[in-house]
Design a protein around this ligand. Structure first.
Ligand code: DGL
Length: 265
């Protein structure tokens, strides 16, 4: 079994939006992407479950040889980033909603955040607002079911459209001028979100910031290099279903046709 290089994980395939940015920034590194599809969605699970699951996955990825971890999931970060960091001895890059850049960009003083229920209700999210958004009004929109619908029915499905109608209209009505996409699944539906907002509203996702952060951390730890641009995909769920979803999401890109292995951390 090849060593995974940098391991990236999410509840499902939302983290592929982050992986795209990571591979763009670090094309020579090897990546191992783990979709914990058996437990999707994370957004409706108890915090204690996410802590245990996050630590289990992180330890298993390091045991597999990962030299760094990327938590490509805002929900897992909100619930378990501290525990994961304490559990492993490799660098861990975590992701959270881009509240700070959204607040800095806003002209109207009103920003929206779309995220899972678990993220929006977490103390970590509250701290983010207190530290970086106390000067703006924040409309935090929990979007239960959206990540799962994107993955199960596809970004262009009627199910996703119905959920977006419901979740985006409060942001449009509030007059936000920036919306932070606080779940790694949501960039898959960025165009559909933008269509439901007035022209000019900016959408922010944090994939590229995560990629720059990963590069900084690898450079500082002398951990860059040793790879050849390989990508491995794995899931705790059904590999054929995940492979079909990857192909649907990634379209004609070469990586869409990679095999997906079953892996249980
Ligand atoms: N993609 C994940 C996030 O960034 C969570 C989706 C889910 O499983 O609920 O929050």
């Amino acid at each position: 079994m090849k060593r995974p290089g940098i391991a990236v994980f999410d509840s499902g395939l939302g983290g592929l939006t982050v992986l795209r940015a990571l591979r763009g920034q670090l094309p020579k590194e090897d990546f191992f992407y783990f979709a914990d599809t058996r437990f999707l969605p994370y957004g409706d699970r108890p915090e204690v479950f996410l802590k245990e699951r996050g630590v289990l996955i992180a330890r298993a990825l390091v045991a597999r040889g990962a030299k760094a971890l990327v938590i490509a999931c805002n929900t897992a970060t909100a619930a378990a980033a501290e525990e994961i960091r304490a559990a492993v001895d490799v660098p861990v890059v975590a992701m959270e909603p881009g509240v700070k850049p959204a607040a800095a960009l806003s002209q109207s003083g009103r920003i929206g955040v779309m995220a899972t229920t678990r993220t929006v209700s977490s103390p970590r999210f509250q701290r983010l607002l207190d530290n970086h958004a106390s000067h703006v009004e924040v409309i935090a929109q929990a979007c239960p079911g959206l990540a799962e619908a994107i993955e199960t029915h596809g970004p262009e499905s009627a199910e996703v459209a119905t959920l977006l109608d419901c979740f985006v209209s409060p942001l449009a009505a509030a007059g936000v001028d920036v919306v932070a996409l606080g779940c790694s699944h949501y960039p898959w539906v960025a165009a559909a979100i933008a269509q439901r907002l007035p022209p000019g509203v900016q959408l922010l996702d944090t994939g590229e910031a995560i990629a720059r952060q990963l590069e900084r951390i690898l450079t500082a730890g002398h951990l860059l290099g040793g790879g050849s641009g390989q990508l491995q995909l794995a899931t705790s769920g059904a590999p054929l279903t995940v492979k079909a979803t990857v192909e649907r999401l990634w379209g004609q890109q070469g990586s869409a046709h990679l095999p997906v292995e079953h892996w249980e951390p």
